[in-house]
Each structure stands twice: as C-alpha cells, then as structure tokens.
Design a protein around this ligand. Structure first.
Ligand SMILES: [Zn+2]
Length: 141
C-alpha cells in the first residue's frame, strides 16, 4: 500500500516538532479507512498534541488532545491512523520504547529527528515488534 501526505501537512508536522523543541513533540495522523477497516494510506490531517510528559526524552499524547482529535476526526469522517513524535537527541528511527509502545500494526508512525542541523523525518509501521520503514510520498494538495 502506498502512503501519502501533503507537503503542507508534512510541513505542519515538522514545524510543530520544531516549536516543541527542546521537548519531544507529538501528534496524530487522521485519515480515512477502507472497507477492511484499514487506513487507505492517505494522511489527510496532522493533529498536533501536547506531550503530557513534558520531556526531551519521552512522550505520551495528552489524553484530552487524544479525545479532541477523535471527536474532530469523527466530525470529518476520519479516524486516527497514526502518530508522530520528535527525537531531539537521536535519529529518525523508533527507539526500543517506541517499538514497545506501538499499539496498532495498521498505524503509520513518523519520527522527526531534530538531532542534526538538517531535520529528518521517516515513517514506519510497527508490527509485532518489527519495524518496517514506509515509503511515504509527499504530494501537492
Ligand atoms: Zn521515540
């Protein structure tokens, strides 16, 4: 399956991560499901959330934001189809904790690394503890 995100949404995610620095920033991806109940692969909306941990090393998506994102998704006929967060000290690859905490094998997980001068972002699926890098295409909205 091909995943896509608009350049605009990608920029929104990266900027939210930069704004959150030096703390880890996090947020959710919203999009449609196909008839099997799996994401179509189109990331339709980037929903920035607060990091309840207020930490530079760990994150957990604020439950109130999670609730509001779910309601917002509902209003637009979307579901939560993934999540992103930033790494302020390490590369754009899931940490052992990220792998352990990955809840849904159908979700797309993005990691934005701010550890180098050039911002890097990568997308993954995490299936039974196994990390699979996704080729997410940047599209013009
Ligand atoms: Zn992480």
């Amino acid at each position: 399956m091909a995943w896509t995100i608009s350049q605009e949404s990608h920029k929104k995610m990266v900027h939210a991560c930069i704004d959150g620095f030096p703390l880890e920033a996090c947020g959710l991806f919203l999009g449609s499901l196909d008839h099997d109940g799996k994401p179509t692969g189109e990331i339709s909306f980037v929903y920035p959330a607060n990091n309840s941990e207020q930490s530079a090393r760990i994150y957990s998506i604020n439950t109130r934001d999670m609730f509001e994102a779910t309601r917002f998704a509902d209003e637009n006929g979307w579901e939560i189809i993934g999540a992103y967060h930033s790494h302020t000290h390490t590369q754009a690859y899931p940490s052992p904790t990220d792998i352990e905490k990955a809840v849904d094998p159908n979700w797309c997980y993005a990691i934005v690394s701010l550890s180098k001068e050039k911002v890097e972002s990568n997308f993954f699926q995490i299936i039974n503890g196994e990390v699979k890098e996704l080729d997410v295409e940047l599209v013009i909205p």
